[in-house]
Write a protein that binds this ligand. Structure first.
Ligand code: ASP
Length: 589
């Protein structure tokens, strides 16, 4: 007799309170140990493992089992023998004396050891992802992700939000990335774009009067990938009517206080706020990690006429800033050279170092700056005896990028990040537009639907670069977890914004005509935010890559090693779409 699937206990949940109970269990063999006349088998499922004992008449059956075989067993839960309890295991005090065994499936030897501690390469793990996910750490990440999503849905439901699904086959949404395109079979030569975000739909839901929208939404962006990027990723996408910045802050802080405790992290009641310009000046980035010091110091005013031509030139054309590494005067020449190497990919020529020790000051620029000059720089930076000042000069963008990255690099190398500390903060008051030298035009810093600050909106034509946006990002430990804005809800202002972006009337109505049209029929003031679910779960799980919290992720070159996607398709499929092959010829004719 077998019991209903829903009545069987999970392997990892058995405890002393089950002693004496007869149970039926199912799971995978983790490993077998033969003790002659006694066979121990660890049986595992998603929740953990429990020890099975085959003794007396059952020994022979136990001996036949091998790793990853799938079993159904019946037996009695009993206390482990004196001295055999395993305090490291939740089920460590109990074991199951097996009376009945059914092998439901046999398993071949897997291509890697299915344990938390595996030395399998990530490629091998991705190829056999279903085996990788059998590893308890990986399963735990998926369980955590589920809990976060479930709690998120409960929270927004309580706050009066409804979840609405928006299309996957749609038109391009300008979030600044490349679109994935899907050719249409019925309309040859036309394409759907996969959504970079549900941005326009969530705004149109506000025009529809839905008022409070949330969606656990899949987004698609065809970008070059990194550890925290995937071509498809998931956002907790939010939009509400009749809200201001404050309302979105309170809403998001409330959500974080609900979900982060699932990983033992307690966010504060309200998050500190930092204006974009200040974040750049102090940390060199718009997603500062504030868990440690090493803030950027201003050195520009010291440079004119200082005697060191490199600094004079840098200050004349751009910016000169530095970082003081307390106790860094002990760094060797080799270590200092490595720091110069580190900043080069950010466009900086290198790092100039200045040291103060008990013996005096030292720097490769000492000859040009003289002793007093070196002192002046060290004093201005607040460097004491034993400290090191690292200086980068050049275009502002380069200085910020190089020092921003160097700061984090130094903190990691010198272990300056306090264990267990987590900092949440808002970055506000972003510029509305960003000038691209390359393309000779402005781009929206956030997206084209973000409202300018009303008191600055009149400069949209005369001095667009000086206008700030009603946009905000939420940052944790130097990772951008999400961002959003209060939107434009005035069709005339939306047109001016398009114009500032070099999108003419004609193009605006071709691409966004439906939005401008909707704005004619009573559009409430509205705003929202999108939070990166993958990154949130990654930080909660203490992982370094979002691939660890996505069940079936892609590699950094965008392929799925398990299914082989992207893959070639056959000529007939292409022909139906009017692409390549004979079909293509026909439609072109
Ligand atoms: N759609 C934006 C994004 O994906 C977020 C927002 O403005 O709500 O970044």
């Amino acid at each position: 007799m077998t019991v209903s699937a829903w009545e069987r206990p999970w392997c990892g949940r058995l405890s002393r309170s089950d002693l004496g109970r007869e149970v039926e269990l199912v799971g995978w063999v983790r490993r077998r140990r033969d003790l002659g006349g006694l066979v121990f088998v660890d049986l595992r499922d998603r929740t953990g493992l429990v020890q099975l004992v085959f003794e007396d008449a059952m020994v022979g059956e136990g001996e036949k089992l091998s790793g990853q075989d799938v079993l159904r067993v019946r037996g009695v839960v009993r206390e482990r023998a004196e001295g055999q309890a395993n305090p490291d295991l939740p089920t460590g005090e109990v074991e199951i004396r097996v009376d009945e065994l059914e092998v439901l499936a046999e398993a071949e030897t897997p291509p890697f050891v299915i344990e938390d501690d595996t030395n399998a390469s990530e490629d091998l793990r991705l190829t056999y992802r279903y085996l990788d996910l059998r590893r308890p750490v990986m399963a735990a990440n998926l369980v955590l992700r589920h809990r976060v999503v479930a709690e998120t849905r409960r929270y927004f439901d309580e706050m009066g939000f409804i979840e609405v699904e928006t299309p996957i086959l749609t038109r391009s949404t300008p979030e600044g990335a490349r679109d994935f395109l899907v050719p249409s079979r019925l309309h040859k030569g036309s394409y759907y774009a996969l959504p970079q975000s549900p941005q326009l739909f969530k705004q149109l839901l506000q025009v529809a009067g839905i008022g409070r929208y949330v969606q656990i939404a899949r987004c698609f962006r065809d970008e070059d990938l990194r550890a925290d990027r995937q071509p498809e990723f998931t956002q907790i996408d939010v939009e509400a009517s009749f809200v201001r910045e404050e309302d979105i802050f309170v809403l998001t802080e409330g959500l974080f206080r609900r979900i982060f405790p699932l990983a033992g992290i307690q966010p504060p009641e309200t998050f500190p706020r930092l204006e974009h310009a200040e974040a750049m000046e102090r940390f060199g980035t718009d997603r500062p990690d504030t868990r440690f010091g090493l803030e950027l110091v201003e050195l520009g005013p010291l440079c004119p006429g200082c005697g060191f031509r490199v600094l004079e030139a840098a200050a004349a054309e751009g910016r000169v800033k530095g970082i003081v590494l307390p106790g860094g005067a002990t760094l060797s020449r080799k270590q200092l050279d490595a720091l110069s190497e580190f900043v080069r990919p950010y466009g900086a020529a290198g790092v100039l170092w200045l040291k103060r020790t008990a013996e005096g000051v030292a720097s490769p620029a000492k000859k040009a700056l003289r002793e007093a000059g070196v002192e002046r720089f060290l004093d201005a930076a607040g460097a004491g005896v034993g400290d090191l000042l690292l200086v980068v000069g050049g275009a502002e963008k380069v200085v910020f990028a190089a020092l921003g990255a160097l700061r984090v690099h130094l903190a990691r190398e010198h272990r300056l990040i306090p264990a267990g500390r987590h900092d949440f903060l808002w970055v506000t008051n972003f510029p509305l537009l960003e000038w691209s030298e390359e393309d000779g035009r402005f781009y929206a810093c956030h997206h084209p639907f973000t409202a300018p600050r009303p008191e600055e909106a009149d400069r949209l034509e005369s001095d667009p670069a000086s206008v700030h946006a009603r946009a905000y990002d939420v940052v944790m430990d130097g990772v951008e977890l999400g961002g959003g804005s209060i939107r434009i809800n005035d069709p005339a202002l939306q047109r001016r914004m398009f114009a500032a972006l070099g999108i003419g009337e004609e193009e605006a109505s071709a691409r966004f005509g439906f939005l401008l049209e909707a704005f004619r029929y009573g559009v409430p003031p509205h705003g929202g935010i999108a939070l990166g679910l993958d990154r949130i779960v990654m930080l909660m799980a203490g992982r370094e890559s979002i691939r660890d919290v996505i069940a079936f992720p892609k590699t950094t070159s965008g392929s799925c090693l398990m299914t082989g996607a992207p893959a070639a398709v056959d000529a007939a499929q292409l022909a139906e779409l009017g692409l390549g092959g004979g079909g293509g010829e026909r439609t072109r004719g």
